[in-house]
Write a protein of this length. Structure first.
Length: 122
């Protein structure tokens, strides 16, 4: 996977189709919100930035799934994304979400840094 592993949350904090766990990252030199979700038993993370218009997507705090738990939905313009890949599945998006590599072991979910993705320095 590459990059350093940064502990994010306990595995139990992510429930299939449930609330996301938010976190901050520095993406290409800019501090951004990101979110982690669980879908079909696997964990996934993305920048909280709609590919249609660069604004946060959650329609309620930490809520990204539609009512069916099948799609990620941008609450502003209705863009729809695949939860497992971040690919645009409908609506005004023309590109997918920016994916963040995650791993899960020993009951902990960790995100992985990359050349353009780093932890926020305090």
């Amino acid at each position: 996977m590459g990059g350093a592993e940064v502990p994010l949350c306990n595995s139990a904090d992510l429930v299939d189709g449930g609330d996301a766990v938010p976190f901050d990252v520095v993406f290409s030199g800019q501090t951004c919100r990101a979110f982690a979700i669980r879908y079909e038993g696997r964990v996934h993370a993305y920048l909280n930035r709609c590919a249609h218009v660069a604004m946060e997507m959650d329609w309620q705090p930490n809520r990204f799934f539609d009512d069916t738990g099948r799609w990620l939905l941008c609450g502003t313009h209705g863009a729809v994304y695949q939860p497992d890949s971040g690919e645009c599945a409908g609506g005004p998006c023309r590109a997918g979400l920016v994916k963040i590599a995650l791993s899960e072991h020993d009951g902990v979910v960790r995100w992985h840094t990359a050349y353009n993705l780093q932890p926020v320095e305090f």
